[in-house]
Design a protein around this ligand. Structure first.
Ligand code: URA
Length: 202
């Protein structure tokens, strides 16, 4: 029996697969949809699929994904416990940064996915997904901080973090990311208690 959220996500995936207006589809192998536990309180939003994700049709399965798995496990979480997704769902050529108009084109689908999963905590990985919720923030200044806000009329907490790929390139970033990951579970208990009325509207 597929539960209601899983069915809604499947329908969303089918609609994305059929949306010929989405950018980057001509150069990519396949759509890389989000995956994980649709009933989770913790939703991770990355940037865009890379080579391995494009090949396998799954998010975060390359080196950055392996690091993400380790960070989750180090904090008592499994990949299957959380939901992992990307702000852009087709691989950009040569893994270039997604363009603003590409991010915009995927926006309505990302928002629908978030509203289906309905997580308390959204962990953004890297600056592109951070800027969706915290425009013009600098990741070096805000990573690991907790931003409660009303999003889609629901209480959510945004926790911006460095992208795991950046952590693979610099030990100092890896150390920060390890520290920042500890914030997730610490925040969860509080986040579940918070009422929408107590939150700033953005
Ligand atoms: N980097 C991302 O942002 N997403 C992936 O799925 C893989 C690497």
């Amino acid at each position: 029996m597929v539960n209601k959220k899983a069915q809604a996500l499947l329908d969303l995936k089918r609609r994305m697969e059929g949306d010929k207006s989405l950018p980057l589809r001509d150069t990519a192998t396949q759509l890389v949809f989000g995956e994980g536990n649709p009933d989770t309180d913790i939703y991770f939003l990355g940037e865009a699929p890379g080579y391995h994700e494009d090949k396998h049709g799954r998010p975060f399965v390359g080196q950055a994904g392996q690091l993400l798995n380790k960070l989750l496990e180090g904090n008592g979480l499994k990949r299957e416990d959380v939901y992992i997704s990307n702000i852009v769902r087709f691989r950009p050529p040569e893994n270039r940064d997604p363009l603003p108009q590409e991010i915009e084109a995927f926006k309505k689908y990302i928002e629908e996915e978030i509203s289906i999963v309905d997580p308390r905590i959204i962990v953004t990985l890297g600056r592109f997904s951070m800027n969706k919720f915290l425009p013009s923030f600098k990741i070096s200044q805000v990573h690991g901080k907790v931003y409660p806000m009303k999003w889609q009329d629901q209480p959510r907490v945004i926790i911006p973090m460095y992208h795991p790929a950046a952590a693979l390139r610099a030990t100092a970033i890896l150390d920060q990311l390890k520290q920042d990951f500890k914030v997730i579970l610490k925040t969860l208990g509080e986040a579940k208690k918070t009422k929408t009325e107590q939150l700033p509207l953005i």
